[in-house]
Design a protein around this ligand. Structure first.
Ligand code: SF4
Length: 565
Protein backbone atom coordinates (compact mmCIF):
# COMPACT_ATOMS: atom_id res chain seq x y z
CA UNK A 1 0.00 0.00 0.00
CA UNK A 2 2.71 2.45 1.05
CA UNK A 3 4.69 1.54 -2.07
CA UNK A 4 1.73 2.45 -4.26
CA UNK A 5 1.07 5.79 -2.57
CA UNK A 6 4.74 6.66 -2.73
CA UNK A 7 5.11 5.66 -6.36
CA UNK A 8 1.97 7.41 -7.57
CA UNK A 9 1.29 10.32 -5.29
CA UNK A 10 4.53 11.34 -3.63
CA UNK A 11 7.79 10.47 -5.37
CA UNK A 12 6.93 12.08 -8.73
CA UNK A 13 6.35 15.36 -6.89
CA UNK A 14 9.38 15.65 -4.61
CA UNK A 15 12.94 16.69 -5.39
CA UNK A 16 15.52 13.90 -5.75
CA UNK A 17 13.00 11.09 -5.20
CA UNK A 18 15.76 8.46 -5.39
CA UNK A 19 16.80 9.48 -1.88
CA UNK A 20 13.62 7.87 -0.51
CA UNK A 21 13.54 4.71 -2.62
CA UNK A 22 16.34 2.51 -1.24
CA UNK A 23 17.33 -0.71 -3.00
CA UNK A 24 20.74 0.66 -3.92
CA UNK A 25 23.63 -1.60 -4.85
CA UNK A 26 25.03 -3.30 -1.70
CA UNK A 27 22.11 -2.33 0.52
CA UNK A 28 21.06 -5.21 2.77
CA UNK A 29 17.56 -6.67 2.81
CA UNK A 30 16.88 -9.22 5.50
CA UNK A 31 13.75 -11.26 5.97
CA UNK A 32 10.72 -9.70 7.66
CA UNK A 33 10.90 -12.31 10.41
CA UNK A 34 14.30 -11.26 11.71
CA UNK A 35 14.48 -11.18 15.52
CA UNK A 36 15.57 -7.57 15.97
CA UNK A 37 15.27 -4.51 13.75
CA UNK A 38 17.39 -1.39 14.09
CA UNK A 39 16.68 1.77 12.10
CA UNK A 40 19.86 3.79 11.72
CA UNK A 41 18.79 7.40 11.35
CA UNK A 42 20.95 10.17 9.94
CA UNK A 43 19.52 13.61 10.78
CA UNK A 44 20.63 15.33 7.61
CA UNK A 45 20.13 14.90 3.88
CA UNK A 46 20.67 11.55 2.19
CA UNK A 47 23.58 12.94 0.16
CA UNK A 48 25.37 13.93 3.38
CA UNK A 49 24.50 10.86 5.46
CA UNK A 50 25.47 8.47 2.67
CA UNK A 51 28.98 9.93 2.82
CA UNK A 52 29.33 9.47 6.58
CA UNK A 53 31.77 6.64 7.17
CA UNK A 54 30.75 5.90 10.77
CA UNK A 55 27.13 5.48 9.70
CA UNK A 56 28.17 3.01 6.97
CA UNK A 57 30.37 1.04 9.36
CA UNK A 58 27.52 0.58 11.85
CA UNK A 59 25.02 -0.34 9.13
CA UNK A 60 27.17 -3.17 7.79
CA UNK A 61 28.40 -4.22 11.23
CA UNK A 62 24.85 -4.71 12.53
CA UNK A 63 23.74 -6.50 9.39
CA UNK A 64 26.60 -8.93 9.93
CA UNK A 65 25.04 -9.99 13.24
CA UNK A 66 22.76 -13.01 13.20
CA UNK A 67 19.13 -12.20 13.79
CA UNK A 68 19.65 -8.44 13.42
CA UNK A 69 18.52 -6.27 10.51
CA UNK A 70 19.75 -2.70 10.20
CA UNK A 71 17.96 -0.34 7.83
CA UNK A 72 18.51 3.34 7.04
CA UNK A 73 16.57 6.56 7.13
CA UNK A 74 17.71 10.11 6.40
CA UNK A 75 16.08 13.46 7.17
CA UNK A 76 13.36 14.16 4.62
CA UNK A 77 13.50 17.47 2.79
CA UNK A 78 10.74 20.05 3.31
CA UNK A 79 8.71 18.92 0.27
CA UNK A 80 8.75 15.31 1.43
CA UNK A 81 7.90 16.29 5.00
CA UNK A 82 4.86 18.14 3.66
CA UNK A 83 3.62 15.02 1.84
CA UNK A 84 4.29 12.76 4.82
CA UNK A 85 2.22 15.02 7.04
CA UNK A 86 -0.57 15.68 4.55
CA UNK A 87 -1.01 12.03 3.65
CA UNK A 88 -0.41 10.80 7.21
CA UNK A 89 2.46 8.56 6.09
CA UNK A 90 4.79 7.74 8.98
CA UNK A 91 8.51 8.11 8.37
CA UNK A 92 9.80 4.83 6.93
CA UNK A 93 13.08 3.02 6.37
CA UNK A 94 14.67 2.80 2.93
CA UNK A 95 15.18 -0.97 2.87
CA UNK A 96 11.75 -2.35 3.72
CA UNK A 97 9.71 0.86 3.78
CA UNK A 98 8.69 -0.14 7.28
CA UNK A 99 7.45 2.70 9.54
CA UNK A 100 10.14 3.58 12.07
CA UNK A 101 7.81 2.98 14.97
CA UNK A 102 7.80 -0.75 14.03
CA UNK A 103 11.52 -1.06 14.75
CA UNK A 104 12.95 -2.23 18.06
CA UNK A 105 15.63 0.44 18.14
CA UNK A 106 16.07 3.76 16.33
CA UNK A 107 19.70 4.89 16.41
CA UNK A 108 20.56 8.48 15.52
CA UNK A 109 23.99 9.72 14.53
CA UNK A 110 24.95 13.04 16.15
CA UNK A 111 27.47 14.49 13.69
CA UNK A 112 27.23 18.10 14.90
CA UNK A 113 24.99 20.40 16.90
CA UNK A 114 22.91 22.00 14.17
CA UNK A 115 20.99 18.81 13.35
CA UNK A 116 19.12 18.61 16.64
CA UNK A 117 15.81 19.99 15.35
CA UNK A 118 15.98 17.42 12.54
CA UNK A 119 16.14 14.66 15.14
CA UNK A 120 12.95 15.93 16.78
CA UNK A 121 11.35 16.22 13.37
CA UNK A 122 12.23 12.63 12.47
CA UNK A 123 10.88 11.31 15.78
CA UNK A 124 7.68 13.28 15.26
CA UNK A 125 7.33 12.13 11.65
CA UNK A 126 7.63 8.58 12.97
CA UNK A 127 4.50 9.33 15.02
CA UNK A 128 6.33 8.77 18.27
CA UNK A 129 6.17 11.00 21.35
CA UNK A 130 9.17 13.32 21.47
CA UNK A 131 9.80 13.01 25.19
CA UNK A 132 11.42 9.84 26.55
CA UNK A 133 9.09 9.77 29.54
CA UNK A 134 6.08 9.60 27.20
CA UNK A 135 7.46 6.68 25.20
CA UNK A 136 6.28 3.59 27.02
CA UNK A 137 5.04 0.19 25.91
CA UNK A 138 5.67 -1.38 22.56
CA UNK A 139 7.58 1.44 20.92
CA UNK A 140 11.21 1.68 19.87
CA UNK A 141 14.09 2.52 22.13
CA UNK A 142 15.68 5.71 20.79
CA UNK A 143 19.45 5.86 21.05
CA UNK A 144 22.15 8.18 19.70
CA UNK A 145 25.90 8.22 19.28
CA UNK A 146 28.64 10.20 17.61
CA UNK A 147 30.69 13.28 18.24
CA UNK A 148 27.70 15.15 19.72
CA UNK A 149 27.86 12.87 22.76
CA UNK A 150 30.75 14.94 24.10
CA UNK A 151 27.84 16.87 25.58
CA UNK A 152 24.51 15.14 24.97
CA UNK A 153 22.70 17.00 27.77
CA UNK A 154 20.54 19.28 25.56
CA UNK A 155 18.98 16.11 24.09
CA UNK A 156 18.55 14.33 27.44
CA UNK A 157 14.74 14.64 27.37
CA UNK A 158 14.41 13.12 23.89
CA UNK A 159 16.99 10.32 23.64
CA UNK A 160 16.67 7.24 25.86
CA UNK A 161 20.26 6.05 25.62
CA UNK A 162 23.53 7.51 24.38
CA UNK A 163 26.40 5.37 23.13
CA UNK A 164 29.61 6.96 24.39
CA UNK A 165 32.67 6.58 22.16
CA UNK A 166 33.28 4.30 19.19
CA UNK A 167 29.97 2.73 18.14
CA UNK A 168 31.56 -0.53 16.95
CA UNK A 169 32.57 -1.24 20.51
CA UNK A 170 29.28 -0.64 22.31
CA UNK A 171 26.40 -0.84 19.81
CA UNK A 172 26.56 -4.63 19.21
CA UNK A 173 26.59 -5.17 22.99
CA UNK A 174 23.57 -2.91 23.41
CA UNK A 175 21.75 -4.73 20.62
CA UNK A 176 22.47 -8.16 22.17
CA UNK A 177 21.36 -6.91 25.58
CA UNK A 178 18.13 -5.60 24.08
CA UNK A 179 17.57 -8.87 22.21
CA UNK A 180 17.89 -10.87 25.42
CA UNK A 181 15.60 -8.48 27.28
CA UNK A 182 13.03 -8.69 24.47
CA UNK A 183 12.93 -12.49 24.69
CA UNK A 184 13.27 -13.02 28.42
CA UNK A 185 12.27 -9.92 30.26
CA UNK A 186 10.15 -7.58 28.18
CA UNK A 187 7.32 -7.64 30.69
CA UNK A 188 9.60 -5.93 33.20
CA UNK A 189 9.23 -2.75 31.13
CA UNK A 190 11.41 -0.02 29.70
CA UNK A 191 12.70 1.23 33.04
CA UNK A 192 14.15 -2.16 33.83
CA UNK A 193 15.79 -2.27 30.39
CA UNK A 194 17.29 1.18 30.91
CA UNK A 195 18.63 0.33 34.35
CA UNK A 196 20.22 -2.82 33.01
CA UNK A 197 21.77 -1.00 30.07
CA UNK A 198 23.13 1.82 32.23
CA UNK A 199 25.33 -0.62 34.12
CA UNK A 200 27.26 -1.40 30.94
CA UNK A 201 30.37 0.55 30.06
CA UNK A 202 29.98 3.19 27.37
CA UNK A 203 26.21 3.48 27.82
CA UNK A 204 24.64 6.64 29.22
CA UNK A 205 20.99 6.77 30.22
CA UNK A 206 20.27 10.43 31.04
CA UNK A 207 16.96 9.74 32.78
CA UNK A 208 18.90 7.84 35.46
CA UNK A 209 20.88 10.94 36.48
CA UNK A 210 19.61 13.87 38.51
CA UNK A 211 20.86 17.39 37.81
CA UNK A 212 20.77 20.04 40.54
CA UNK A 213 21.28 23.70 39.75
CA UNK A 214 22.81 26.41 41.94
CA UNK A 215 20.98 29.65 42.61
CA UNK A 216 23.24 31.44 40.09
CA UNK A 217 21.88 29.15 37.38
CA UNK A 218 24.96 26.97 36.94
CA UNK A 219 24.95 23.19 37.35
CA UNK A 220 25.61 22.24 40.95
CA UNK A 221 25.60 18.44 40.99
CA UNK A 222 24.91 15.54 38.65
CA UNK A 223 24.24 12.32 40.50
CA UNK A 224 22.94 8.85 39.64
CA UNK A 225 19.26 8.60 40.52
CA UNK A 226 19.47 4.95 41.44
CA UNK A 227 21.74 2.45 43.13
CA UNK A 228 24.18 0.61 40.91
CA UNK A 229 24.21 3.33 38.25
CA UNK A 230 27.81 4.49 37.69
CA UNK A 231 28.55 8.06 38.75
CA UNK A 232 30.76 8.49 35.69
CA UNK A 233 30.26 7.06 32.21
CA UNK A 234 33.43 6.28 30.31
CA UNK A 235 33.67 6.42 26.55
CA UNK A 236 34.67 3.19 24.86
CA UNK A 237 37.24 2.97 22.09
CA UNK A 238 38.25 0.41 19.50
CA UNK A 239 41.81 -0.25 20.60
CA UNK A 240 42.97 -2.43 17.73
CA UNK A 241 41.78 -0.59 14.65
CA UNK A 242 43.56 -3.06 12.41
CA UNK A 243 41.29 -5.87 13.56
CA UNK A 244 38.15 -3.77 13.78
CA UNK A 245 35.31 -4.39 11.36
CA UNK A 246 35.45 -2.32 8.17
CA UNK A 247 32.86 -2.60 5.37
CA UNK A 248 34.16 -3.42 1.91
CA UNK A 249 30.75 -3.28 0.25
CA UNK A 250 29.75 0.35 0.64
CA UNK A 251 26.30 1.19 -0.66
CA UNK A 252 26.42 2.77 -4.11
CA UNK A 253 23.70 5.42 -4.47
CA UNK A 254 21.51 6.24 -7.46
CA UNK A 255 22.08 9.97 -7.08
CA UNK A 256 25.04 12.25 -6.46
CA UNK A 257 26.26 12.31 -2.89
CA UNK A 258 28.93 14.43 -1.20
CA UNK A 259 31.71 11.84 -1.49
CA UNK A 260 31.41 9.51 -4.46
CA UNK A 261 34.29 7.23 -3.64
CA UNK A 262 35.64 4.55 -1.37
CA UNK A 263 36.67 6.09 1.93
CA UNK A 264 39.52 4.18 3.49
CA UNK A 265 39.96 5.03 7.15
CA UNK A 266 43.71 4.80 7.63
CA UNK A 267 43.79 6.23 11.17
CA UNK A 268 41.31 7.17 13.85
CA UNK A 269 42.11 10.03 16.21
CA UNK A 270 44.83 12.62 15.72
CA UNK A 271 48.35 12.78 17.15
CA UNK A 272 48.14 16.59 17.29
CA UNK A 273 46.40 18.39 20.08
CA UNK A 274 44.86 21.63 18.91
CA UNK A 275 43.06 23.05 21.93
CA UNK A 276 39.86 23.92 20.06
CA UNK A 277 39.44 20.54 18.36
CA UNK A 278 36.27 18.61 19.08
CA UNK A 279 37.20 15.65 16.88
CA UNK A 280 40.49 15.20 18.72
CA UNK A 281 38.59 15.27 22.03
CA UNK A 282 36.10 12.67 20.83
CA UNK A 283 38.49 10.10 19.39
CA UNK A 284 41.24 10.66 21.97
CA UNK A 285 43.57 7.79 21.14
CA UNK A 286 45.32 7.81 17.81
CA UNK A 287 45.10 4.38 16.19
CA UNK A 288 46.06 3.25 12.72
CA UNK A 289 45.42 0.42 10.30
CA UNK A 290 48.21 -1.68 8.91
CA UNK A 291 49.25 -1.09 5.27
CA UNK A 292 48.49 -4.66 4.21
CA UNK A 293 45.04 -4.54 5.78
CA UNK A 294 44.34 -1.23 4.05
CA UNK A 295 45.50 -2.55 0.70
CA UNK A 296 43.22 -5.59 0.92
CA UNK A 297 40.27 -3.42 2.01
CA UNK A 298 40.94 -1.08 -0.91
CA UNK A 299 41.03 -3.89 -3.47
CA UNK A 300 37.85 -5.51 -2.13
CA UNK A 301 36.02 -2.17 -1.88
CA UNK A 302 36.79 -1.19 -5.46
CA UNK A 303 35.74 -4.62 -6.69
CA UNK A 304 32.46 -4.47 -4.76
CA UNK A 305 31.47 -0.90 -5.60
CA UNK A 306 32.94 -0.04 -8.99
CA UNK A 307 34.12 3.34 -7.70
CA UNK A 308 37.18 4.85 -9.37
CA UNK A 309 38.51 6.84 -6.44
CA UNK A 310 39.85 5.98 -3.00
CA UNK A 311 40.22 8.62 -0.32
CA UNK A 312 42.83 7.92 2.36
CA UNK A 313 40.90 9.35 5.23
CA UNK A 314 41.60 10.37 8.81
CA UNK A 315 41.66 13.55 10.86
CA UNK A 316 45.28 13.97 9.93
CA UNK A 317 46.25 11.67 7.07
CA UNK A 318 49.61 13.39 6.64
CA UNK A 319 50.59 11.93 10.01
CA UNK A 320 50.13 8.33 8.89
CA UNK A 321 53.75 7.20 9.21
CA UNK A 322 53.89 5.04 6.06
CA UNK A 323 51.82 7.20 3.76
CA UNK A 324 54.15 7.14 0.76
CA UNK A 325 54.63 3.39 1.10
CA UNK A 326 50.89 2.86 1.37
CA UNK A 327 50.25 4.90 -1.77
CA UNK A 328 53.06 2.95 -3.47
CA UNK A 329 51.47 -0.37 -2.44
CA UNK A 330 48.08 0.69 -3.74
CA UNK A 331 49.63 1.86 -6.99
CA UNK A 332 51.24 -1.55 -7.52
CA UNK A 333 47.97 -3.47 -7.41
CA UNK A 334 46.60 -4.42 -10.81
CA UNK A 335 43.02 -4.24 -9.50
CA UNK A 336 43.53 -0.53 -8.69
CA UNK A 337 45.27 0.53 -11.90
CA UNK A 338 42.41 2.80 -13.01
CA UNK A 339 41.68 4.15 -9.56
CA UNK A 340 42.73 7.60 -8.39
CA UNK A 341 43.84 8.13 -4.82
CA UNK A 342 43.16 11.26 -2.79
CA UNK A 343 44.10 12.47 0.67
CA UNK A 344 41.65 14.11 3.03
CA UNK A 345 43.96 16.15 5.28
CA UNK A 346 47.57 17.16 4.89
CA UNK A 347 49.82 19.29 7.05
CA UNK A 348 52.52 21.59 5.77
CA UNK A 349 55.19 19.90 7.91
CA UNK A 350 54.41 16.43 6.57
CA UNK A 351 53.78 17.68 3.04
CA UNK A 352 55.85 16.28 0.22
CA UNK A 353 55.49 17.08 -3.43
CA UNK A 354 56.50 13.51 -4.22
CA UNK A 355 53.48 12.29 -2.35
CA UNK A 356 51.20 14.70 -4.16
CA UNK A 357 52.64 13.66 -7.51
CA UNK A 358 52.39 10.02 -6.47
CA UNK A 359 48.68 10.52 -5.82
CA UNK A 360 48.49 11.36 -9.49
CA UNK A 361 46.03 14.20 -9.34
CA UNK A 362 45.32 15.06 -12.92
CA UNK A 363 43.46 18.26 -12.20
CA UNK A 364 45.96 20.43 -10.36
CA UNK A 365 43.27 22.73 -9.12
CA UNK A 366 43.43 22.90 -5.37
CA UNK A 367 44.96 21.72 -2.13
CA UNK A 368 44.10 22.79 1.42
CA UNK A 369 46.13 23.79 4.48
CA UNK A 370 44.94 25.15 7.82
CA UNK A 371 47.17 27.81 9.43
CA UNK A 372 44.10 28.61 11.65
CA UNK A 373 45.38 32.05 12.57
CA UNK A 374 47.75 34.76 11.40
CA UNK A 375 50.38 34.80 14.14
CA UNK A 376 52.77 32.38 15.75
CA UNK A 377 51.82 33.85 19.16
CA UNK A 378 48.19 32.77 18.78
CA UNK A 379 49.13 29.44 17.20
CA UNK A 380 51.09 28.66 20.35
CA UNK A 381 48.04 29.49 22.48
CA UNK A 382 45.78 27.18 20.50
CA UNK A 383 48.57 24.58 20.28
CA UNK A 384 48.57 24.54 16.50
CA UNK A 385 51.83 23.30 15.04
CA UNK A 386 52.23 25.24 11.83
CA UNK A 387 55.40 26.89 10.56
CA UNK A 388 54.88 29.56 7.92
CA UNK A 389 58.22 28.60 6.30
CA UNK A 390 56.81 25.11 5.69
CA UNK A 391 53.78 26.65 4.03
CA UNK A 392 55.91 28.85 1.75
CA UNK A 393 58.10 25.86 0.84
CA UNK A 394 54.99 23.85 -0.05
CA UNK A 395 53.56 26.74 -2.07
CA UNK A 396 56.78 27.12 -4.08
CA UNK A 397 56.86 23.40 -4.84
CA UNK A 398 53.21 23.32 -5.79
CA UNK A 399 53.49 26.38 -8.02
CA UNK A 400 56.56 24.94 -9.77
CA UNK A 401 54.70 21.67 -10.30
CA UNK A 402 51.80 23.35 -12.01
CA UNK A 403 49.30 23.73 -9.16
CA UNK A 404 47.19 26.84 -9.49
CA UNK A 405 44.89 26.80 -6.48
CA UNK A 406 45.34 26.76 -2.73
CA UNK A 407 42.76 26.84 0.02
CA UNK A 408 43.59 28.17 3.48
CA UNK A 409 41.43 27.72 6.58
CA UNK A 410 41.44 30.31 9.35
CA UNK A 411 39.45 30.63 12.53
CA UNK A 412 38.47 34.00 13.97
CA UNK A 413 37.42 34.90 17.50
CA UNK A 414 40.04 32.67 19.13
CA UNK A 415 40.91 33.39 22.77
CA UNK A 416 43.22 36.45 23.13
CA UNK A 417 42.97 37.27 19.40
CA UNK A 418 43.83 40.89 18.58
CA UNK A 419 44.15 43.09 15.49
CA UNK A 420 47.76 42.04 14.96
CA UNK A 421 46.68 38.39 14.64
CA UNK A 422 44.09 39.39 12.05
CA UNK A 423 46.60 41.52 10.17
CA UNK A 424 48.84 38.45 10.19
CA UNK A 425 46.20 36.62 8.12
CA UNK A 426 46.40 39.35 5.49
CA UNK A 427 50.20 39.30 5.52
CA UNK A 428 50.32 35.52 5.24
CA UNK A 429 47.93 35.51 2.29
CA UNK A 430 49.95 38.17 0.44
CA UNK A 431 53.19 36.28 1.06
CA UNK A 432 51.66 33.06 -0.27
CA UNK A 433 50.68 34.85 -3.46
CA UNK A 434 54.17 36.34 -3.73
CA UNK A 435 56.10 33.08 -3.24
CA UNK A 436 53.88 31.37 -5.78
CA UNK A 437 55.26 33.87 -8.29
CA UNK A 438 51.76 35.17 -8.94
CA UNK A 439 50.78 31.79 -10.34
CA UNK A 440 48.28 30.76 -7.69
CA UNK A 441 44.81 31.77 -6.67
CA UNK A 442 43.77 31.60 -3.03
CA UNK A 443 40.49 30.58 -1.48
CA UNK A 444 40.31 31.64 2.14
CA UNK A 445 37.72 30.22 4.46
CA UNK A 446 36.98 31.91 7.81
CA UNK A 447 35.15 29.98 10.49
CA UNK A 448 34.31 31.30 13.94
CA UNK A 449 35.81 29.76 17.05
CA UNK A 450 33.16 27.78 18.94
CA UNK A 451 34.26 26.45 22.36
CA UNK A 452 33.37 22.76 22.62
CA UNK A 453 32.80 20.41 25.54
CA UNK A 454 35.70 18.22 26.67
CA UNK A 455 38.32 20.25 24.80
CA UNK A 456 41.01 22.32 26.58
CA UNK A 457 38.95 25.41 25.60
CA UNK A 458 35.68 24.13 27.07
CA UNK A 459 35.53 26.96 29.65
CA UNK A 460 36.32 29.81 27.25
CA UNK A 461 33.88 32.49 26.19
CA UNK A 462 32.85 32.82 22.58
CA UNK A 463 33.21 36.18 20.80
CA UNK A 464 29.93 38.02 20.24
CA UNK A 465 28.07 37.98 16.93
CA UNK A 466 28.77 41.68 16.24
CA UNK A 467 32.42 41.33 17.18
CA UNK A 468 32.81 38.39 14.77
CA UNK A 469 31.12 40.36 12.00
CA UNK A 470 33.48 43.24 12.64
CA UNK A 471 36.46 40.87 12.32
CA UNK A 472 35.04 39.51 9.08
CA UNK A 473 34.67 43.04 7.68
CA UNK A 474 38.20 43.92 8.76
CA UNK A 475 39.58 40.87 6.96
CA UNK A 476 37.45 41.54 3.92
CA UNK A 477 39.25 44.88 3.61
CA UNK A 478 42.67 43.32 4.18
CA UNK A 479 42.15 40.49 1.71
CA UNK A 480 40.72 42.50 -1.16
CA UNK A 481 42.66 41.08 -4.09
CA UNK A 482 41.50 39.64 -7.40
CA UNK A 483 43.53 36.49 -6.70
CA UNK A 484 41.81 35.87 -3.36
CA UNK A 485 38.32 34.53 -2.88
CA UNK A 486 37.06 34.90 0.66
CA UNK A 487 34.16 33.13 2.31
CA UNK A 488 33.02 32.85 5.90
CA UNK A 489 30.61 30.94 8.04
CA UNK A 490 27.44 32.48 9.38
CA UNK A 491 28.17 34.02 12.79
CA UNK A 492 24.62 33.50 14.07
CA UNK A 493 24.79 29.80 13.25
CA UNK A 494 28.16 29.61 15.03
CA UNK A 495 26.63 31.32 18.06
CA UNK A 496 23.77 28.80 18.17
CA UNK A 497 26.28 25.98 17.78
CA UNK A 498 28.14 27.36 20.81
CA UNK A 499 24.97 27.36 22.91
CA UNK A 500 24.02 23.81 21.97
CA UNK A 501 27.58 22.46 22.26
CA UNK A 502 27.79 23.49 25.92
CA UNK A 503 24.14 23.58 26.88
CA UNK A 504 22.56 21.76 29.78
CA UNK A 505 19.20 20.02 30.02
CA UNK A 506 17.35 23.34 30.13
CA UNK A 507 18.37 24.06 26.54
CA UNK A 508 16.32 21.03 25.47
CA UNK A 509 13.07 22.99 25.80
CA UNK A 510 14.50 25.66 23.48
CA UNK A 511 15.29 23.03 20.84
CA UNK A 512 11.73 21.76 21.16
CA UNK A 513 10.30 25.26 20.86
CA UNK A 514 12.49 26.10 17.86
CA UNK A 515 11.38 22.90 16.14
CA UNK A 516 7.73 23.76 16.85
CA UNK A 517 8.31 27.16 15.24
CA UNK A 518 9.55 25.43 12.09
CA UNK A 519 13.34 25.22 12.49
CA UNK A 520 14.85 22.42 10.40
CA UNK A 521 18.23 21.89 8.74
CA UNK A 522 19.81 24.63 10.85
CA UNK A 523 23.24 23.79 9.47
CA UNK A 524 22.14 24.88 5.98
CA UNK A 525 22.32 28.65 5.50
CA UNK A 526 19.32 28.61 3.14
CA UNK A 527 17.16 27.05 5.87
CA UNK A 528 18.64 28.64 8.99
CA UNK A 529 16.22 31.05 10.69
CA UNK A 530 17.98 32.68 13.60
CA UNK A 531 15.01 34.90 14.43
CA UNK A 532 12.95 31.78 15.24
CA UNK A 533 15.68 30.58 17.58
CA UNK A 534 15.76 34.01 19.24
CA UNK A 535 12.00 33.77 19.76
CA UNK A 536 12.42 30.26 21.17
CA UNK A 537 15.09 31.38 23.65
CA UNK A 538 13.05 34.30 24.83
CA UNK A 539 9.81 32.26 24.97
CA UNK A 540 11.54 29.67 27.17
CA UNK A 541 13.21 32.27 29.36
CA UNK A 542 16.67 30.94 28.48
CA UNK A 543 19.53 33.38 27.92
CA UNK A 544 21.77 31.99 25.14
CA UNK A 545 24.69 34.20 26.21
CA UNK A 546 24.77 32.37 29.53
CA UNK A 547 25.92 29.30 27.58
CA UNK A 548 28.00 30.86 24.81
CA UNK A 549 29.47 34.10 26.09
CA UNK A 550 30.62 33.35 29.60
CA UNK A 551 33.98 32.24 30.94
CA UNK A 552 33.21 29.27 33.15
CA UNK A 553 35.35 29.33 36.29
CA UNK A 554 37.39 26.24 37.18
CA UNK A 555 35.21 25.49 40.19
CA UNK A 556 31.98 25.46 38.12
CA UNK A 557 30.52 22.01 37.47
CA UNK A 558 30.10 21.55 33.74
CA UNK A 559 26.98 19.79 32.42
CA UNK A 560 29.14 16.97 31.00
CA UNK A 561 31.30 16.44 34.11
CA UNK A 562 29.94 12.93 34.64
CA UNK A 563 30.75 11.97 31.05
CA UNK A 564 34.45 12.69 30.98
CA UNK A 565 36.85 9.97 30.01
S1 SF4 B 1 45.36 18.66 13.43
FE1 SF4 B 1 43.19 18.85 12.92
S2 SF4 B 1 42.24 16.99 13.73
FE2 SF4 B 1 44.25 17.14 14.67
S3 SF4 B 1 43.92 18.17 16.62
FE3 SF4 B 1 44.43 19.77 15.12
S4 SF4 B 1 42.45 20.46 14.27
FE4 SF4 B 1 42.11 18.51 15.32
Amino acid sequence: MLHKILAKEVLPLVSKPAQYVGNEWNSTHKSQSVALRVALAYPDLYEVGMSHLGFSILYHLLNNLDGVAAERVYAPEADMEKFLREKAIPLFSLESHLPLRKFDIIGFTLPYELVLTNILNMIDLSRLPLLCREREGDIPLIIAGGIGTLNPEPMADFIDVFIMGDGEETLPKLVRYYQKWKIEDKKSGKECLLKGLAKNEGIYVPSLYKVNYSCNGTVDKITPADEGIPSRVKRQAVLDLDRAFFPTSLIVPYLDIVHERVTLEIMRGCPRMCHFCQARAFYQLCRRRDMDTLTEIAVASIKNTGYDEISLSSLSSGDYPYLEELVGNLRKRQELRNVSISLSSLHVDSFSIRLIEELGKKKKTGITFAPETGSERLRRIINKKFAEEDLFRAVRLLAESGWRGLKLYFMIGLPTENDEDLKGIGALAREVLRVSGGKMRLRISLSSFVPKAQTPFERKEMAGIDELREKQRFLQGLLRNRRIKLNWHDTEAAFLEAVLARGDRRTGKVILEAWKKGCRFDGWSEHFKFHLWEEAFSGCGVDPSFYARRVRPQEETLPWNHLRS
